[in-house]
Design a protein around this ligand. Structure first.
Ligand code: SF4
Length: 394
């Protein structure tokens, strides 16, 4: 995850670089429930409106949260599925706040209304993120529900008006890229605090629809738009949070933008970005290296505490992810920006090649930009997901 705004603020208003504070523990994105009232096209958790077996009880959730806190986890993002489908979500949120976490709620927004927004606000969530895939027609098509856009936008307004920090989360593909400029305008017009731009990851239904992933030229266009929008907000004296996720080449792309526009400050930014360090990991009831590694289970918090699972590097993937530099090969291994990007998103490399450490096929930087000879390290082709007949509807 790359927070563009503070980096561009450091360009607009240079301040000395301070040594990084070591995080006390990983950020945990917790898929509290797999059930969801929607069946979105790119859902990473392949959710549905049905009860999935093995969800954690309230008491089990509380026990895990206490362990996470004792382990030093500073941030909990409560996600799903749709977390508001858990009747105990308010109790969980309150307990998380009592334990001292920064607590985010990640929702599709369709279950937030005048009847429950007061209860959500009373929990004291530090942030509420609501997904929009584009404007009305696009969003409703992606969400496979007429009226979903209107409900989600109403939820954003209700949360904003109740005093919560709110953000729009958007995942771009070839199918919805055309709505990005209008969506940025909407975020501006509505006074929404944050825009989270996600690149597509090849997990869950996102993997099944990977052939729709944005092509590299489109990604570059989107990044230019985001960086320019962020910069304009800073210049206008009303900075807004612009954050990108699932493609750590974004850090390098941002650096190149600064090299072009503010060359004397680029070296400072490079040092800041190396401190950030690119790709990192988060979590789940079953613990995965991050929320995209649904197929790789490291253990279950019902059987073993998170604090024991997380440092365990018996699994070769976990061992490699914790290595610095990571043991990446091919184009990523030869890249001169590895210290910034950290080899990007391994799950995409793995889904396309079967190799955890192959180059990330979604790197949209040119060979010249990463300092390798043209064609020396070709990227794996973006092949469609090999569907079996039963999966056509998924
Ligand atoms: S080549 Fe790999 S390490 Fe370099 S920027 Fe692209 S994804 Fe990151």
């Amino acid at each position: 995850m790359l927070r563009i705004t503070p980096y561009l603020q450091s360009v607009a208003h240079p301040v000395p670089l301070v040594p990084p504070r070591q995080p006390t523990g990983p950020v945990v994105i917790w898929n509290l429930i797999r059930r969801c009232n929607l069946t979105c096209k790119h859902c990473y958790s392949v959710s549905a409106d049905t009860v999935f077996p093995g969800e954690l009880s309230t008491a089990e959730v509380f026990t895990v949260m206490e362990d996470l806190r004792a382990f030093g986890v500073p941030v909990l993002i409560l996600s799903g599925g749709e977390p508001l489908m858990r009747p105990d979500i308010y109790d969980i949120g309150q307990r998380a706040k009592q334990l001292g976490f920064y607590v985010g709620l990640s929702s599709n927004g369709t279950l937030i209304d005048r009847g429950n927004v007061g209860r959500i606000a009373a929990v004291g969530f530090d942030y509420v993120g609501i997904s929009l895939d584009g404007l009305r027609a696009t969003h409703d098509r992606f969400r496979r529900l007429d009226g979903a856009f209107d409900s989600s936008l109403a939820a954003l307004r209700l949360c904003r008006d109740a005093g919560m920090k709110v953000g729009v989360r958007y995942t771009m593909t070839e199918d919805n890229a055309h709505d990005l400029p209008a969506l940025l305008q909407l975020v501006d017009d509505e006074g929404i605090d944050k825009f989270y731009f996600s690149h597509l990851n090849y997990a869950g239904r996102g993997n099944k629809h990977r052939a729709d992933d944005a092509r590299h030229a489109r990604t570059r266009w989107a990044m230019d738009l985001l960086i320019e929008s962020c910069w304009q907000h800073i210049q206008a004296g009303r900075p807004k949070d612009f954050v990108t996720g699932n493609n750590d080449a974004d850090g390098v792309y941002l650096l190149q933008w600064v090299e072009r526009h503010h060359p004397t400050l680029a070296e400072d930014l490079r040092r800041r970005l190396e401190q950030w360090g690119g790709n990192a990991s988060g979590v789940l009831g079953n613990v995965h290296p991050d929320t995209m590694w649904w197929k790789i289970g490291l253990g279950n918090v019902k059987e073993r505490p998170f604090s024991a699972i997380w440092p365990d590097t018996t699994h070769p993937l976990m061992a490699g992810l914790k290595q610095r530099p990571r043991p990446v090969t091919g184009r990523c291994g030869a890249c001169r920006h590895l210290a910034i990007c950290n080899g990007n998103t391994r799950v995409r490399a793995w889904e396309l090649t079967g190799d955890f450490w192959a180059a990330d096929p979604a790197c949209y930087l040119t060979d010249a930009e990463i300092g390798v000879a043209e064609g020396e390290h070709p990227l794996a082709e973006l092949t469609p997901y090999p569907r079996r007949r039963r999966e056509v509807q998924a």
